[in-house]
Design a protein around this ligand. Sequence first.
Ligand code: NAD
Length: 352
Amino acid sequence: MKKQPVRIAIWGFGAMGSGMAKMILNKQGFDIVGVVDTYEGFVGKSIFSFLNTQNPYTHDVFIERNIDRILLEESVDLVLLATDSFTKKAFPKIKQIIESGVNVISTAEEMAFPMAKEPELSKEMDYLAKKHNATILGTGVNPGMMMDLLAICISGVMSDVENMKISRINSLSPFGPTVMEEQGVGLTKQSFEDKMAHGEISGHVGFIESTHMIANALGLKVQSFEQNMAPIITSVDRKSKYGFAKANDVAGVDMRSHAILSNQTKIDMIHPQQIEPEMEGTQTGDYIQIEGTPAIHLSNVPEVEGGIGTIAICVNMIPHVINAKPGLKTMIDLPVPRAIMGDVRTMIDEEE
Ligand code: NAD
């Protein structure tokens, strides 16, 4: 058991980073020792006034513009990095953290299985992490759990896995302006199609990472992979906190992928995401169907909400990342995720 509190820094204080801070403040055995965000409206502010919560510590935490001082002076155990979606963009930040000998958990979707799209950067991250005695993990609700790890875990009670169909029908309503823009919410169909043709609609990032994670866990390779996206057109006006789509415009994106693995197993992923799905009778949910012995049909209705799911899994993986051997890890390398309900220090193997 670790005697001192687990010292956490948070890099990126948006919806995910600030949510992680709130969760950590309600847990025992943690100490938030630094927060970084470049947004001018945040810099210099106390996180406690920002979160409108009491300060349980004997020190304040002011949001800083860069992480240099924190890595140098605060003996950080782990950085929660919540700034990016893509490995290439997260890489320089991850590099700086691990070169300081500090562990990192990234919310970047591609970091959930970075070997899928960035094999060279993955090798470099693994090399640097081992050299500097640090551990790197990418995780989140999806990719990271609902469309990959959960299917992998349940395959543990199967003697034979055949085709998989994994669906996540979710609501975009809790998300902010960045997500609305990335998903094309509120655009006309024509403008969505124009932007899609120019690669300006990101849709869901993560199918290829989830597919590779599953294949790797099953001891197989991905032989072919394709994905596509289509606009979800609403027939009624829909309004969420940050999004608005009028009738006949785009309320979200329907993403699909199809992969064939080296033994001809097929993995299909279905992920329609939109604001206010209930307005047209769409019920959110997570579904995993695996053919094989025995066949598995898991269903969770409504969906695990993406925001809290990501915040929780990142915080809950902190002790496992601190305990892990150095290197680049994925969710299939670390112990089973679980909610931290007691003092986190009891989950840390030993004082470093
Ligand atoms: P957000 O836009 O609300 O917050 C990001 C914050 O990072 C902003 O406050 C921004 O100012 C700050 N930031 C960006 N670049 C920075 C830099 N170089 N230095 C310091 N601060 C910087 O986004 P969010 O909802 O918090 O999500 C964060 C990332 O995590 C997104 O890319 C999102 O797609 C991803 N994500 C992944 C999952 C998953 O399941 N894997 C789930 C949720 C979010």
